[in-house]
Design a binder for this molecule. Structure first.
Ligand code: DP6
Length: 370
């Protein structure tokens, strides 16, 4: 599908009854990383992620039709009307981000100015945990907007619903398009991944090996603070980055490799790709201009501990990092007991206030009836 397929041409909001819709959307952890984008939220390379289960956002979108909306709306004279609550507190400082998102998606969902919205959102993980919430929150909001579109346009197929939700979520935050449906997601056109696209995420289209079933991700919260450099600034620094071209090629090659590995179940090869990707991502940060480091001393201590434990025990434990200091510890479900003991005995000491979250591969977003 192409961008114009998502433009809603005829839509009549006037018969919509006031109501609300709630979606729970998960976070995800990239195995091959998206770092660098062009135009409006188009990735410079393909990325692939595990959908998470325990880390999610729940968003309720309540909508009431505006009474004073003119019959022939002149969109320039109309404003979006949104009241936003985060964890039951009214948060006006979140509104600019929502308005930027609404402006970007308006041409695809032209009914947004017909309604007054009250958006209520909460995360399963603490806001201060340093865990990025843009993927789960933008995905949950995009799904709510698609449910509203469906109210007006009940004929849309499930396939269209989820593809467009991913398309809209991408315009809010790139990685959010991989947080819609299914356990393993790919975003970005790749000639070896059938159906892959730059404008929305898709489910990994091949059967993945049972070794990855219920794969575990324990997130070690090394630093709960705000990051000094946001992901959006980091992405921008990939423009004119001296190693950008090689990095995008490397990532695309890693997609070919990991696609085979996910199907064959070769855990050693999986570890080599995933850890290399995490370190390449951070190497890009360290070689940006200006340069920056998001890892903390404890991030490195944990990595070395993991390497030692793996060498000694033969475990298939490995790590990945997102754009921050926290460490995602990945391991197969059948090693849960031994790895959990290792984490408790040797790694928790490096977490801020012993804070960690036990997560695993999840199934994707779900509509809630509340
Ligand atoms: C390191 O999706 O947060 O987590 O599109 O600007 O919102 P924006 O960026 P974002 O970047 C995620 C970067 C990453 C890697 C990844 O998830 O693929």
């Amino acid at each position: 599908m192409i961008e114009t397929d998502f433009i809603l041409s005829t839509v009549d909001a006037s018969n919509t009854t006031d109501g609300s819709v709630t979606w729970r959307a998960p976070s995800n952890i990239a195995l091959v990383k998206y770092w660098g984008k062009r135009d409006i939220q188009l990735p410079e390379n393909t990325s692939i992620s595990f959908t998470l289960d325990a880390c999610f956002t729940v968003t309720t979108l309540a909508y009431t039709l505006k009474k004073d909306r003119p019959a022939q709306p002149d969109s320039a004279s109309q404003d979006f009307n949104v009241t936003f609550y985060f964890e039951d507190k009214k948060k006006d400082d979140f509104k600019p981000k929502i308005f930027t998102f609404f402006k970007r998606i308006e041409q695809f969902v032209p009914f947004l100015k017909d309604f007054n919205f009250v958006i209520k959102s909460r995360n399963s993980f603490p806001h201060s945990s340093g865990i990025a919430s843009s993927a789960s929150s933008m995905s949950a909001l995009a799904l709510c907007i698609m449910s509203l579109e469906k109210e007006m346009n009940s004929g849309i197929t499930d396939e269209y619903f989820y593809k467009k939700a991913s398309f809209l979520a991408r315009l809010g935050s790139g990685s959010a398009c991989r947080s819609i449906i299914g356990d393993v997601n790919v975003w970005g056109n790749h000639n070896e991944i059938e159906g892959s696209s730059n404008i929305y995420g898709i489910n990994f289209p091949y059967r993945f090996h049972k070794n990855f079933k219920n794969y575990q991700d324990t997130i070690l919260v090394v630093d709960e603070g705000e990051k000094q450099i946001s992901s959006s600034v980091g992405h921008q620094l990939m423009f004119n980055h001296p190693f950008a071209k090689q990095r995008f090629e490397q990532a695309n090659e890693n997609i070919s490799k990991i696609s085979k590995v996910l199907q064959s179940g070769d855990l050693k090869a999986f570890i080599a790709i995933v850890e290399s990707e995490a370190l390449s991502l951070h190497a890009m940060m360290m070689t940006s201009n200006p340069y920056f480091i998001l890892m903390k001393p404890n991030t490195l201590k944990i990595i070395h501990k993991i390497w030692n434990f793996r060498a000694k025990s033969g475990s298939n434990i490995c790590f990945t990092l997102d754009a921050g200091a926290n460490v995602h510890v990945l391991f197969p479900e059948n090693e849960k007991e031994s790895v959990n003991n290792f984490i408790l005995n040797e790694l928790i000491q490096f977490c801020q206030e012993n804070h960690y979250i036990c997560d695993r591969i999840g199934k994707g977003a779900e509509q809630l009836s509340i």
